[in-house]
Design a protein around this ligand. Structure first.
Ligand SMILES: [Zn+2]
Length: 87
């Protein structure tokens, strides 16, 4: 029969638990996630929240179909016209 101290028994028990937690943490952090990419946007007209994966500075709301402009974003084709200032 193997005799061990109570201290070593507790240390082994807690050590195995910590190793298991660390292994699960490694597994869930470094496995591939299949989450959809994009930025969360909110329509200012119908307050619908949707994911925007385009880089344009304007996007169409999926619910109310209104054009939502996102200032300071992207180089898309929906860029609003300049306000008449000569460059
Ligand atoms: Zn909307």
């Amino acid at each position: 029969m193997i005799r061990i101290d109570l201290i070593w028994a507790m240390a082994g028990f807690l050590g195995i638990g910590m190793v298991l937690v660390f292994a699960f943490w490694m597994f869930y952090n470094f496995t591939e996630e299949k989450t959809p990419g994009g930025i969360v946007e909110q329509c200012p007209y119908c307050t619908y929240i949707f994911l925007n994966d385009r880089l344009d500075n304007a996007v169409q709301c999926p619910r109310c179909r209104s054009l939502v402009t996102l200032p300071g974003r992207g180089q898309g084709i929906l860029k609003p016209k300049d306000s008449g200032e000569a460059a």
